[in-house]
Design a protein around this ligand. Structure first.
Ligand code: CP
Ligand code: NVA
Length: 330
């Protein structure tokens, strides 16, 4: 890499605990300011005359809308490039695409399949690449999740957001959203309890990546795994799940629905397991009936729509850090 190589944002693992907390705090500040009618001075026109491309080879509602809206808020031009629009993957390699796109624009937000695709884009790009979801990571989602947690628990202070000791239970499939959540938890002192069927547990290479985060954390969180949802949920402050069939796994849908029977999040399960009295429910969306019932999803414990909206505010803070400030997170 040249000394001028841009700083990319491919996973929560790319951030120090302090940087992670700063991105969330900045998002909170910008949300307050913009909602009360003023774009902060340092953001006003910060991307004027600049183009951010969005190379997406999977569907998206939240990530697409939040990115386009965030770029517009900063005065820039978001350019959406779906998989049927450009030569990538059909007539052209990731490397050639990356060199060309980055030579004409100021940032790339990419949604891909295997992590290697976004890593390759980054390797050959002369502008910052932000991962908008790959099979292993979803860092933008985790920023929004943390903003939501701090907002609903009024714990935004302190270098690590004051979330030490919080217990999050994840019930369902192990996937991209979970992995960045575990990485963030390690950094911030949050205890993750993960319940998956045994055939769908966190793969060893990912466990190693998660555990390695402890080295730089002031007070590392913990990761425990079980196949029993009740065990994970006991004493949990927050219960989280996600789809049982992630994008790209459609062919396994039948088999997966069978394997995850009994993992649906319900009030009855939470009560039987002994979740904390004021437990909250989170989900990155899109949601299906099978992983959480309507009573929980639309009920008073659910913060899912705030979580969705927070994708906008955290995208503004990610663009500010990685594109406007060239990777300086302050
Ligand atoms: N949560 C999330 O990333 O949603 P989209 O797939 O709709 O962008
Ligand atoms: N795990 C899901 C998240 C969607 C936002 C997927 O990868 O499809």
């Amino acid at each position: 890499t040249s000394p001028f190589a841009p700083r990319h944002f491919l996973s929560i693992a790319d951030l120090t605990p302090q940087e992670l907390a700063t991105l969330v705090r900045n998002a909170h500040r910008h949300k307050q300011a913009i909602k009360s009618g003023s774009v902060p001075k340092n953001l006003l026109g910060a991307l004027a005359g600049k183009t951010i491309t969005m190379t997406f080879n999977k569907r998206s509602t939240r990530t697409r809308v939040s990115t386009e809206a965030a770029v517009a808020t900063l005065g820039g031009h978001p350019m959406f490039l779906g998989k049927d629009d450009i030569q990538l993957g059909v007539n052209e390699s990731v490397m050639d695409t990356s060199i060309i796109i980055s030579s004409m624009t100021d940032g790339i937000v990419a949604r891909v399949g295997p992590h290697s695709e976004v890593a390759d884009l980054a390797k050959h790009s002369s502008v910052p690449v932000i991962n908008a979801l790959c099979n292993d990571y979803h860092p933008l989602q985790h920023l929004a999740d943390l903003l939501t947690i701090t907002e609903t628990r009024t714990a935004t202070s302190g270098p690590t957001l004051g979330l030490e000791g919080l217990k999050i239970a994840w019930v369902g499939d192990s996937n991209n959203v979970l992995y960045d959540m575990c990485i963030g938890a390690m950094k911030l002192g949050i205890n993750m309890a993960v319940a998956t069927p045994s055939a769908y547990s966190i793969p060893q290479y990912m466990k190693d990546i998660i555990q390695s985060q402890a080295a730089t954390a002031p007070r590392p969180g913990t990761l425990t795994e079980t196949t029993v949802p009740e065990e994970a949920i006991r004493d949990a402050d927050i219960i989280v799940t996600d789809t049982w069939v992630s994008m790209g796994q459609e062919a396994e849908a039948k088999e997966r629905l069978r394997a995850f029977a009994g993992y649906q999040v319900t009030n009855e399960l939470a009560q039987r397991a002994g979740a904390k009295e004021n437990w909250q429910f989170m989900h990155c969306l899109p949601r299906h009936q099978e992983e959480v019932n309507d009573e929980v999803f639309y009920g008073p414990r659910s913060v899912v729509f705030r979580e969705g909206e927070n994708r906008l505010w955290t995208m503004i803070s990610a663009l500010e850090a990685f594109v406007v400030n060239k990777g300086k997170i302050v």
